[in-house]
Design a protein around this ligand. Structure first.
Ligand code: PXL
Length: 285
């Protein structure tokens, strides 16, 4: 349908449009694939612009094999997406909400930061992927630094896991109280709403996350489903926040919906020949 035809169809409601700028994870558990599946389940039109391709190595303890997408190709994807759905596109649903996943290199961070500044999105949800399962903490300090200095200040919502929350806040996280301290500190540094994820990593019977937006401090808690982290949980949580914000939810409502979406997805997780299960976004159905 052309834009002119869309304008002539009175009862048609265009879905909210959302973009993820993220990496591909070949087995489909994490990254852009998890984001797109989450977007579809939550009723928004998802677009993925790829920053890198990750293929786990079954012959080497399932470690990451990481290949960056060429900077020009990243810029071209962002250019095409903005021309089709950005503020000046004339599209019925303007792209106003973006999720940032794995960027992977200082060069990509620079390319994406420039595009974000140009586009002026209202909602920028940052999943600050500093570490993935199987990686050494701090394996790429230049990338961590670039993310903190160039992308974090542009974020309106940030979803760090325990390691990332420690790295961003400088607070050592051992329990819910220190998770709260870290969330408050990250809000003060960034101005963003923060959903700091304790997940299965904090001891106790519940998977506990902390929301803080400068006004409301809320502990989101659900009984743990097993003791092992599931692939795609972090990506899907941030993607669900993104979808809900695009549909008009407040940051706190978006955080609550995302938490229950991810809990249901973990309950219905998918096992494979890999040593970790994958979250199933169709779980809530
Ligand atoms: O879960 C973090 C993550 C994000 N994006 C990509 C990944 C991973 C972890 O494996 O591969 C592309």
């Amino acid at each position: 349908m052309t834009l002119a035809e869309v304008a002539e169809t009175p009862d048609r409601t265009a879905p909210a449009v959302v973009l993820t700028i993220a990496g591909s994870e070949a087995t489909g558990g994490a990254g852009a694939q998890a984001d797109l599946k989450t977007f579809q389940e939550l009723g928004v039109f998802g677009i993925a612009n790829l920053t890198c391709i990750v293929s786990f190595d079954p012959g080497n303890s399932w470690n990451h094999r990481f290949v960056p997408v060429d900077q020009e190709v990243i810029a071209h994807q962002l250019e095409a997406t903005t021309a089709a759905y950005g503020a000046a596109s004339g599209a019925p649903s303007v792209l106003d909400t973006v999720k940032i996943g794995m960027l992977g290199s200082p060069a990509t961070i620079g390319t994406v930061a420039s595009a974000l500044v140009r586009s002026g999105f209202s909602n920028v949800v940052l999943d600050p992927v500093l570490i993935c399962k199987g990686q050494e903490p701090g394996h790429a300090l230049d990338t961590d630094q670039a993310l903190k200095s160039q992308i974090l200040p542009l974020a309106t919502f940030v979803t760090p896991n325990q390691f990332e929350a420690e790295s961003l806040s400088g607070v050592k996280i051992t329990d819910v109280e220190t998770l709260k301290e870290a969330a408050v500190r990250i809000h003060e540094l960034s101005g963003a709403a923060v959903l700091a994820k304790g997940g299965v990593r904090l001891s106790g019977p519940d998977a506990v996350d902390v929301f803080y937006d400068g006004e409301t401090l809320e502990v989101l808690s659900a009984p743990k489903v097993g003791e092992v982290a599931v692939s795609g949980a972090g990506c899907s949580l941030a993607a669900a926040v993104t979808a809900e914000l695009a549909k008009g939810a407040t940051p706190l409502e978006a955080a609550r919906t995302a938490k229950s979406f991810v809990t249901a997805g973990i309950r219905n997780r998918v096992a494979s020949g890999a040593p970790f299960d994958a979250l199933w976004q169709g779980g809530p159905r």
